[in-house]
Design a protein around this ligand. Structure first.
Ligand code: SAM
Length: 278
């Protein structure tokens, strides 16, 4: 799936995203864009503001933020996956008020009080110490600056059942990240709100939305699931089991096909918002 330019990459979750960067958000399933659009709307990003997009990936948030702040504003995306940075920087090269850089979400090397808004869509649950990361994001905000994160919550049981086919092959750390809607602080809205409060953020609140993903057929579902972070699940399946598991996934996904063959799954997405004290 990945191109010759994206074989290696950093250790940990960013390495997977480095390898899938060429297909990420590019297989004809509107998914990261709609999730990001709600985050940008909830953050109420305004013309002229300076926005940091942490774990920017292929720019689902960054492109929307770039438009919202306009040429008088500034949008910076950082990501630890070199290929994500390379491709997103190329895509947004025509926008002089936008920058994309290699950077660690856990410790962004940026001046204090230099942003009005920090956004992180589907990133926080990958970080080893989410509270420390949030505290670092708080420090780069101006007083009263806003922060917003999106995380997964309730999952369509039919989709969950497909994910569960992979569980016997996955290490615990991956189960925690991918199934973040079920365990630890990411298991509830209160849990994620607690992370923001522990990082010293105030006015913390949660908004929930249900996002739909539609696939042409079961093979399109497989293509989608291999094109983003879920690729790591496929990579953990032993080679001698891969064909059988592929067939099981196709069967399970196909069982949800409508009369036109299309498959639509729902995913609840949680938006947790807070601010630096004024
Ligand atoms: C699920 S993707 C989300 C990307 C983008 N925000 C979106 O909504 O499409 C997670 C992103 O976080 C990045 N990431 C993971 N760990 C990171 C870290 N420690 N620092 C910066 N980026 C990181 C990955 O490389 C990947 O691009």
């Amino acid at each position: 799936m990945a191109t010759a330019g994206a074989q290696d990459g950093p250790p940990g979750p960013a390495g997977v995203f480095h390898r899938v960067a060429d297909t990420y958000d590019a297989v004809g399933v509107p998914w990261f864009g709609p999730i990001a659009a709600h985050l940008v709307a909830e953050l109420d990003v305004r013309p002229g503001e300076r926005v940091l997009d942490v774990g920017c990936g292929r720019g689902a948030v960054l492109t929307r933020v770039a438009e919202a702040v306009g040429p008088e504003g500034y949008a910076l995306g950082i990501d630890l996956a070199p290929r994500m940075v390379e491709l997103t920087a190329r895509d947004l090269a025509d926008l002089p008020h936008v920058e994309v850089r290699l950077g660690d979400a856990s410790a962004p090397d940026l001046p204090p009080r230099s942003f009005d808004v920090v956004a992180a869509s589907l990133v926080l649950f990958f970080l080893p110490d989410p509270v420390a990361a949030l505290a670092a994001w708080r420090d780069v905000l101006v007083p009263s600056g806003r922060v917003g994160v999106s995380t997964f919550s309730g999952q369509d049981p039919r989709w969950r059942a497909i994910d569960e086919l992979f569980f016997p092959f996955l290490p615990q750390a991956m189960l925690d990240a991918r199934t973040s809607g079920y365990n630890g602080p990411f298991g509830s809205g209160e849990g994620v709100e607690g992370l923001l409060r522990s990082a010293g953020l105030v006015g913390v609140r949660t908004v929930s939305r249900t996002i739909e993903a539609t696939f042409r057929d079961a093979e399109h579902y497989v293509e989608f699931s291999r094109s983003h972070g879920q690729r790591a699940m496929w990579d953990h399946v032993p080679a001698n089991t891969l064909d059988d598991l592929h067939d099981e996934v196709v069967r399970a996904a196909g069982a949800s096909a409508g009369p036109d063959g299309r498959i639509t799954f729902q995913q609840d997405v949680r938006y947790t918002l807070g601010a630096r004290e004024g």
